[in-house]
Design a protein around this ligand. Structure first.
Ligand code: ADP
Ligand code: MG
Length: 623
């Protein structure tokens, strides 16, 4: 049904200029909507999906427009040559601005975009060779294969062709390896770094992509208008583009066209209608416009497109049929060679972490060998998660060393540690809830492919993408989530989300797996399943460091235990030894050791032991 709607839209778009009854005014209006849509599409990616607010897009439109205006008038260069030149110049400027400003967080980034928006505007207005505030006129119109695009009805086709191509490319991009990383920018940056993804780099990529789209729009504008001057590239327009993105629905490519259409039409109508209603020539339209904007932001936070598309799906009798088939078979990804069983994989040597006066991890040492499951246990607040964060580079160590296969970890950022083959899950689940389960897991396999933005946008990476998705599906089937591949991750139960995190970590092909409370929220049967999976992984030579509160689970599964309390290592040894260790019993139960009765053969759901341990865990803050 959606396909039919799309074809209808395309047919109407194609037919409009060909019909002589279509008023000239409509064509011009649609041309402006098309030009704006191209810019706003960049903002959808940058602001709506990437979470970076820019008021400065109009300035990039200006660079594209002025480049072609100057080069075609001063040197007789063909506009088809000035297009790539403009794109390169804009890309370079955006790259430099992006590398400097995108590191800034919070309100600094929008402020910087205001600053460069203003700066470029005044630059256009002050440079002699750009005609100062008068600009450049008598720009040639475009022609394709001898066909002149001087008229509005002709250039219309080029504009809308570029709109549709940009939408297609952006959709492709979002639906790909780099796209998944881009979709993690807004809320999953830290998590993505733990899978080796360089998020700062993706910020710059998105920024340059948006600037390039703006530049293309500027090029079209210059040849449609046949004159340029600084004012359409000023801050007002930068703000208007942002409005268009927000009102349309900053998360979807169709939102860009809808937002541009709505805002430009509204502006136009207000300019016509208000003077008649109010019987005055004062410019009230900006005030009314502002009020409408506040209302939209109040009642349609995600913009209007999501509302329309949900109406549409109700109208057409329900949501799209969900694809139930797993992604097709594809060539398996290459795997790391596993170290020989018994070699030391992780060596933690007196690592320490102080948070102000609090010693969260107090000179802890232990090792994990290949093909071994080591349990790290202790009451809430003992410092287990902090230890994980120190090993994986999420938190810097205060002192001490951790090394992985002989390589120092404590000097590396999280991203590089992931590259070595350290995979992890988080105590507080870190998923991208609106992405599918399959895509979330594919994000874990990011490092196992090298598909870049261009091949993704042009849809030329299907082979590599199929391998990634296939790997993600295989890992999901392995952990028992094979029926949920196309479900939104946020719709899974919390226990399943934890299992999803294991699949995501496995998709990275780690040698060492750090699992922070993987069984929390699982039912007894599910825990048994999980234990089986972990045991299987161990047999395949995986090393696992496991934090878990369920003592039955831990005792059943681990080869070795490290017990922490108040940041300090209390004991270490075989599970059977730990069960009898008086210091451990004291820490867990305050000495009521009668209840601390581990029974490995116990298969009872939530045995007395589990109850007593969890109910007597000292109530300290867990992070
Ligand atoms: P566990 O995982 O064993 O429950 P954590 O490692 O989460 O314990 O926490 C250990 C201690 O460190 C707790 O007292 C906790 O409040 C403190 N802590 C953890 N992270 C931080 C932080 N970022 N800033 C300050 N204190 C922290
Ligand atoms: Mg914890």
């Amino acid at each position: 049904m959606n396909r039919i709607a799309l074809i209808l839209v395309l047919v109407v778009l194609a037919a409009l200029p060909a019909l002589s009854v279509t008023p000239e005014f409509w064509i011009t209006h649609l041309n402006y909507i098309g030009l704006a849509s191209i810019v706003v599409l960049g903002l959808v990616l940058l602001t709506g999906i990437g979470g970076m607010t820019s008021f400065g897009q109009a300035a990039f439109v200006g660079i594209g427009a002025y480049t072609t205006a100057y080069l075609t008038t001063a040197t007789d260069m063909s506009p088809w040559l000035t297009l790539p030149i403009g794109v390169l110049i804009t890309g370079a400027v955006a790259y430099v601005l992006g590398t400097i400003t995108l590191r800034l967080s919070g309100h600094y980034l929008p402020l910087c975009t205001l600053a460069w928006g203003l700066a470029l505007y005044y630059l256009f207005g002050n440079l002699d060779f750009l005609g100062q505030y008068d600009g450049i006129s008598s720009i040639d119109s475009l022609s394709v294969f001898g066909l002149s695009l001087a008229g509005g009805r002709e250039i219309y086709y080029l504009i809308w062709l570029i709109v549709l191509l940009s939408m297609w490319a952006t959709r492709n991009l979002l639906d790909s390896r780099p796209g998944r990383a881009i979709r993690a920018l807004k809320s999953g940056g830290g998590m993505a770094e733990s899978f080796g993804i360089d998020m700062a780099n993706y910020k710059v990529i998105v920024f340059v992509y948006a600037a390039v789209l703006a530049s293309v729009s500027g090029w079209l504008y210059a040849h449609m208008q046949r004159a340029v001057s600084p004012s359409p590239f000023g801050l007002n327009y930068g703000i208007e583009y942002l409005f268009m993105a927000v009102v349309g629905g900053a998360g979807s490519v169709w939102g860009a066209v809808l937002g541009s259409g709505l805002i430009l039409t509204l502006k136009d109508q207000l300019q016509n209608v208000l003077p008649k209603i109010l019987d005055t020539n004062y410019n009230f339209e900006l005030i009314v416009f502002g009020i409408l904007m506040v209302l939209v932001l109040q009642y349609a936070r995600d913009g209007i497109w999501p509302i329309l598309s949900s109406w549409w799906s109700v109208l057409t009798g329900g949501t799209e049929r969900r694809r139930l088939d797993p992604p097709p078979e594809a060539l398996a990804l290459t795997q790391r060679t596993r170290p020989e069983k018994g070699t030391v994989v992780l060596n933690v040597d007196s690592i320490r972490k102080e948070f102000g006066g609090l010693v969260a991890v107090n000179d802890i040492s232990f090792t994990v060998k290949a093909g071994e499951i080591v349990g790290l246990i202790g009451p809430n607040g003992a410092g287990k998660s902090t230890t994980f964060n120190l090993i994986t580079g999420v938190t810097p160590v205060t002192r001490g060393q951790a090394s992985f296969m002989g390589q120092r970890l404590d000097v590396l950022p999280a991203r590089d540690i992931a590259k070595l083959g350290v995979g992890r899950t988080f105590q507080h689940v870190q998923l991208l809830p609106t992405m599918t389960v399959l895509e979330n897991v594919a994000l874990g396999a990011h490092l196992r492919s090298n598909v870049g933005v261009w091949s993704a946008a042009l849809h030329a990476e299907r082979g590599a993408e199929a391998r990634l998705l296939h790997e993600a599906a295989v890992q999901l089937q392995r952990v028992g989530l094979g029926d949920y591949l196309y479900e939104q991750a946020g719709n899974l139960a919390l226990g399943q989300q934890r299992i999803l995190e294991i699949a995501r970590a496995l998709a990275a092909d780690p040698l060492l797996l750090l699992l922070d409370e993987p069984a929390a929220g699982l039912r007894y049967k599910e825990k048994q399943e999980l234990a089986k999976i972990l045991d299987q992984l161990r047999q395949e030579g995986m090393s696992i460091l496991l934090v878990e509160h369920d003592m039955d689970f831990v005792m059943q599964l681990t080869d070795h235990l490290v017990v922490m309390d108040f940041g300090t290592k209390l004991a270490e040894g075989l599970p059977t030894e730990i069960q009898e260790n008086p210091a451990v019993l004291e820490a867990y139960l305050g000495g009521i050791d009668d209840d601390f009765n581990f029974d490995e053969s116990s298969v009872e759901p939530s045995s007395k032991v589990v109850d007593s341990v969890s109910s007597l865990v000292p109530a300290r803050d867990a992070i």
